[in-house]
Design a protein around this ligand. Structure first.
Ligand SMILES: Nc1nc2c(ncn2[C@@H]2O[C@H](COP(=O)(O)OP(=O)(O)O)[C@@H](O)[C@H]2O)c(=O)[nH]1
Ligand SMILES: [Mg+2]
Length: 435
């Protein structure tokens, strides 16, 4: 980034509220000068220093101040971190003082954006910071931390490297065609592109699990009225969330609660029982239940063991069939049965769900986690496929190189080698102030 054009920004880095400590960050060329106006002596670089902050001859707070000098800071710019007492009034007075001394309030995500612009982080890593902050389970945090540490970036960078290898040699062949040099054989170019295509496809395949892990999962409880759906939801969430009565058709609206299964947050929806109902409200509930089933990652289909499967029961592919009320009647042999009343089988059901989540949805670090990343890799794959067709059709270097450039530009959206204003805006507006 052009240092001359850079202004100095300020924002709290910790949430609004009362706490022992709160951090305010200042970033940019004026950060030390602004700090100098607030303290009696500037602290040494990277030396946590206890200082009194004063402005307009008023005491602001007693702070621990750390000064970072470019390029050795989170953003790569001169940066100051003020650790204050965690009182919103103090924080806003300190921020106002910084603004009156020439700083500007930071936009959401602007600190991280600066880190990306200075090459401290790539776009995938920047997105991982937001994911890490938003992680609700330890497993989600582990995936985000892996990507923040560069697991996904390294895979993308490796593919880009091999593309650059081929591109540069084909370009050289174009430039020096008269000399008759052979920089890369067609067979070699082809096998390298095929290898890159395989790697790209493998990366694409990480997306389903990666996004499931980052977003969390949705599960829906279906079954006929009175099957025990609401009772099971209440048991799983550990509170009387949904109304339970012996009257069929009690649940009409969808009740949703999130619990952790297999290391991921799973939002479970309790639905209206599936049946043909003359009741308008129940009918809407049944439509909603079917909609929820269409988008759910996991379907639990409950059958009352005292009734068994009937003509009214529906089949859903991939649904986990669970017989309920096994204190009153046994589940058919080999079927999963539970009794919430007798507290039997519930642990088995949870263990089964746990296994299912881990087997189908849990991702490792190095996975694609969002739609933007998925589209970038898909565009790369498509361009690579076209360059492969061009090689196989014996087209000239120029045609092949154009496709390979498109492929590497697409990957650049992950590694951040290519800066695109619209991508930045898209990503950073999702951040909160001060990150
Ligand atoms: N004996 C017995 N009754 C149950 C069990 N689970 C639910 N019930 C009863 O079955 C009736 C219907 O339950 P509910 O959860 O409202 O079913 P839903 O219509 O599928 O939501 C209620 O009277 C519950 O108390 C169970 O495990 N054992
Ligand atoms: Mg119910």
């Amino acid at each position: 980034m052009n240092g001359a054009a850079l202004d100095t920004i300020v924002a709290p880095a910790t949430p609004v509220g009362r706490s022992a400590l709160a951090i305010v960050r200042l970033d940019g060329p004026q950060s030390s000068a602004i700090l100098a106006s607030l303290v009696s002596t500037l602290p040494a670089i990277r030396m946590a220093t206890h200082l009194a902050l004063r402005h307009d001859s008023t005491s602001l707070d007693d702070a621990v101040v750390v000064r970072y000098a470019a390029p050795h800071s989170f953003t790569g710019n001169d940066l100051v971190e003020l650790t204050l007492h965690g009182n919103p009034l103090l924080i806003s007075r300190v921020v106002s003082a910084c603004v009156s001394l020439g700083a500007r309030m930071a936009e959401p995500g602007e600190f991280t954006e600066r880190a990306v612009l200075n090459g401290k982080l790539d776009l995938v890593q920047a997105e991982s910071i937001a994911d890490l902050i938003n992680a609700r389970t330890a497993l989600q945090a582990k995936l985000s931390l892996g990507n923040l540490e560069g697991m996904l970036s390294r895979t993308a960078a490796a593919i880009r490297e091999s593309l650059l290898f081929v591109i540069s040699r084909l370009e050289a062949a174009l430039d020096f065609s008269e000399e008759g040099y052979d920089f890369i054989s067609r067979a070699d170019a082809r096998s390298r592109v095929v290898a890159a295509l395989d790697q790209t496809r493998a990366l694409s395949e990480t997306w389903r699990r990666g996004s499931a892990t980052t977003q969390g999962l949705s599960a829906v409880i279906l079954g006929r009225p009175n099957a025990g759906k609401s009772t099971l939801l209440n048991r799983l969430v550990g509170s009387d969330r949904a109304i339970v009565t012996p009257i069929p058709g009690t649940t009409r609206d969808i009740v949703r609660e999130t619990i952790e299964i297999g290391g991921l947050p799973v939002t479970i929806a309790d639905t209206a029982g599936l049946r043909s109902s003359a009741d308008v409200v129940e009918g809407i509930g049944i439509t909603r239940a079917r909609e929820a089933a269409r988008t759910a990652d996991i379907i639990l289909y409950l059958v009352d063991a005292t009734v068994g499967l009937t003509a009214e029961d529906e089949t859903f592919p991939d649904a986990l069939l669970v017989y309920t009320k096994t204190d009153l009647a046994p589940a058919p042999p080999g079927e999963l049965g539970i009794s919430v009343t007798a507290e039997s089988g519930v642990a088995d059901l949870l263990a089964k769900l746990d296994g299912l989540v881990r087997e189908r949805f849990v991702a490792e670090g190095g996975s694609l986690v969002n739609e933007r990343q998925r589209l970038a890799v898909a565009a790369c794959s498509e361009a690579l496929q076209e360059s492969l067709s061009a090689i196989e059709a014996g087209l000239d270097e120029q045609m092949i190189v154009v496709d390979l450039y498109r492929a590497s530009n697409a990957l650049g959206l992950l590694t951040g080698a290519i800066t695109r204003e619209e991508v930045f805006t898209e990503i950073f507006t999702k951040f909160c102030i001060g990150k």
